[in-house]
Design a protein around this ligand. Sequence first.
Ligand SMILES: *Cc1c(COP(=O)(O)O)cnc(C)c1O
Length: 388
Amino acid sequence: MTAAAPFLPFAAPEIGDEEIAEVIDTLKTGWITTGPKAKRFEADFAEFLGDTTLHCIAVNSATAGLHLALEALGIGPGDEVITTTHTFTATAEVVRYLGADVRLVDIDPATLNIDPALVEAAITPATKAIIPVHYAGLAADMPALLAIARRHGLKLVEDAAHALPTTCAGELIGTLASDATVFSFYANKTITTGEGGMLVTRDAALAQRAKVMRLHGMSRDAFDRFTATVPSWYYEVIAPGFKYNLTDIAAALGIHQLKKARRFQQRRTQIAHAYAAAFAALPLTCAPMAPAGELHAWHLYPVQLGDDAGISRERFIEKLFALGIGCSVHYIPLHQQPYWRDRYQLKAADFPHSQRAYERMASLPIYSRMSDDDVERVIASVKAVLQG
Ligand SMILES: *Cc1c(COP(=O)(O)O)cnc(C)c1O
């Protein structure tokens, strides 16, 4: 292991010949925007989740899917939506798109997921919905959150950008009793279409509204226009909708990525276990594991430096970088971001667990394309930085 070894990026997609052939096929058919492949990807997704009665709506990002779900649930000005401060800004920004306000709450330090007790304490008469995030790919405490939502008459939309595939009490995320679940296929997520997402719901009315709003508020979507056997130029605009449809070029990637999703997850799980075993004696806290028998998607592997690490998080990341290892930080909590901090006058002291985790955390590379040598190199580098 030397600094001359090729740089190991923090994240990299695994794209195979199947994806490439499917994209070429799409390009050759001449139908490159939303069409038969997007439709097939939606059907395959429901099958992957093990329930073909689910409505799966392909969109061009998870952000779009979250926006559509909240719009369909009628979230608007005067409403409040509760979510975790320890997330990416997309989780919260969609609430502001609709003119509603965000109530950020702290995490449970053991899981780094939203703390249900704090959710319940943050509920006001204006609260309409809760958006948990399955941080890093570990399921949030859905039984508690579902019970709170039921008790207070709130909507529940899962930000499952990290959670394909993840289980909670043996059930795949996407199949629980929430109002909607949204997955991301961004370039560094557990499966990718470059950019893309999937909105999953059991609610037929929500699905209907989201499909219309996905494409300009038109009452017939591009699928119908493509498959119709009669001249089909007629449509009605029933709302000022959005442009959130997934292209067939992207769906071509998704169809094959989905077939590999379990293998990718198994490989990431192996890497997570290798890290946990190798780091047991080091002055750091490993990423929390899933309860026995549950799937953890392992989108991220965040470690937290201990007080006895003798090195700052900044220096830790710099030193790993110098050894050719890419790292990142997930996340700079929203209460630290100027927009959210200033709009809601947020103080770090109000989010002690997220703040403490943020100051100590670094996300290590964890993806299916990593070889055993790559994993060993990350382990050796972390040991060298902390012990050297
Ligand atoms: C990546 C991510 C999103 C947004 O996903 P896009 O598909 O890029 O819109 C939302 N929430 C979380 C927690 C994410 O990590």
